[in-house]
Design a binder for this molecule. Structure first.
Ligand SMILES: Nc1ncnc2c1ncn2[C@@H]1O[C@H](COP(=O)(O)OP(=O)(O)O)[C@@H](O)[C@H]1O
Ligand SMILES: [Mg+2]
Length: 206
């Protein structure tokens, strides 16, 4: 078994509140996290089912599960280990009625999202004017998906963005204002159309 460094030990044994560990790759963060879980279960009598371990990737979640099993045996089964998107999907799925998502919910992969977005743009009435889709609508799709993804990462919905745009209108060039207004119109329509179909994109889970 590995012997933690003094610094790792302090992290492992600290239980007085939230703790963030910031360190470079390969410096022992995951190891520390695993030993922290072991400490909570074996020394602090925390029930494994009270512990949630979320990773970025599916692979990392699998590795964490294996290491916990090595260290905790059967008790490791109680710890909920999952990757970020899968865990968030589960939470959204559980609360889908509250979120106005009907029936089965599903995540759109990037290609499907692009096709869906192109349909949204083509169906807009009146059509886009400033953000022209000439010569090909797909040239705009990537840009608008990027815009929407970024808005979501800041937890802004289309209504809130529209309100902010009006607040900052005086400080924007007319062209810039019109472009943003159109991008927000696409965002609004995109959300409106995907909701009743139970569709989500990755941005919805982040
Ligand atoms: N205190 C320690 N003593 C010996 N080896 C360690 C120690 N802490 C971590 N390691 C080893 O260092 C490597 C990287 O650790 P890991 O926890 O995966 O780093 P990180 O998650 O920060 O990228 C692993 O092989 C791990 O077993
Ligand atoms: Mg790691």
């Amino acid at each position: 078994m590995m012997v933690p460094t003094d610094e790792q030990r302090r992290c492992i044994e600290y239980t007085d509140g939230p703790l963030i560990i910031v360190a470079g790759a390969g410096t022992g963060k995951t190891t520390t996290l695993i030993e922290k879980i072991v400490h909570l279960v074996n020394k602090k009598c925390v029930h494994p089912s009270r512990i949630l371990a979320v990773t970025y990737t599916v692979k990392a979640a699998g590795e964490m599960e294996n290491k916990l099993r090595e260290r905790l045996g059967d008790k490791a089964c109680g710890v909920f280990v999952d990757n970020f998107h899968s865990f968030c999907f589960m939470v959204v799925s559980e609360h889908r009625a509250t979120l106005g998502l009907s029936g089965e919910i599903r995540i759109m992969e990037d290609t499907e999202k692009s096709v869906f977005m192109a349909d949204v743009i083509r169906a807009l009435s009146p059509p886009l004017q400033v953000l022209s889709t000439f010569p090909r609508v797909y040239d705009r799709v990537g840009q608008l998906c990027g815009f929407i993804g970024k808005a979501k990462s800041y937890l802004f919905g289309p209504d809130e963005l529209a309100q902010r745009l009006e607040e900052t209108k005086d400080r924007l060039e007319k062209k810039e204002y019109l472009e943003l207004a159109e991008a927000i119109r696409v965002f609004l329509e995109y959300e409106k159309r995907k909701k009743p179909l139970g569709l989500l994109d990755f941005g919805d889970l982040e």
